[in-house]
Design a binder for this molecule. Structure first.
Ligand code: AMP
Ligand code: ZN
Length: 139
């Protein structure tokens, strides 16, 4: 299941170059060409799924286990102090490549990078409860 227009499908098929660090049955991992921090890795399914909702649970399990392996390797080999696991779905969430991928980003105490994470607020406890009830009803 591949999309001939998809850059990550092409990487998975070996049609365009990538610096791979894992090449398994269901999962591939390679260096992000535009690292947030040097050592930034992308973990992707070999098959084309656009986002987390479309990835079958068994493939998703393999992906997160591989992401965990990569994170442990970054800590061991690069002496990372921490690791960010980030996964974007949809343009509104910052997803540029519509082939599911997990960002595994090594972090260092002195790397100087800051996410633009500004906590917001509900106008009332009722607003939060109403939003929660809506999500709950769709699970
Ligand atoms: P996202 O915004 O979550 O879709 O992230 C897409 C990521 O893919 C970005 O971090 C890019 O730097 C990375 N990327 C795009 N093209 C390539 C490529 N050919 N090889 C490696 N990484 C890539
Ligand atoms: Zn693809």
């Amino acid at each position: 299941m591949n999309d001939s227009e998809c850059i990550f499908c092409k990487i998975a098929a070996g049609e365009i170059p990538a610096t791979k660090i894992l090449d398994e049955n269901q999962v591939i991992a390679f260096m992000d060409i535009g690292p947030i921090i040097k050592g930034h890795v992308l973990v992707i399914p070999r098959d084309h799924y656009p986002d987390i909702i479309s990835v079958p649970p068994d493939v998703l399990s393999a992906l997160i286990v591989s992401a965990r392996r990569v994170a442990a390797a970054q800590v061991k080999a690069l002496n990372a102090d921490g690791v960010n696991i980030i996964q974007n779905n949809g343009r509104s969430a910052g997803q540029l490549v519509p082939h599911f991928h997990i960002h595994v980003i090594p972090r260092f105490n002195d790397d100087g990078y800051h996410f633009n994470w500004n906590p917001g607020k509900y106008s009332s406890p009722e607003e939060m409860e109403k939003t929660a009830a809506s999500i709950r009803s769709a699970l």
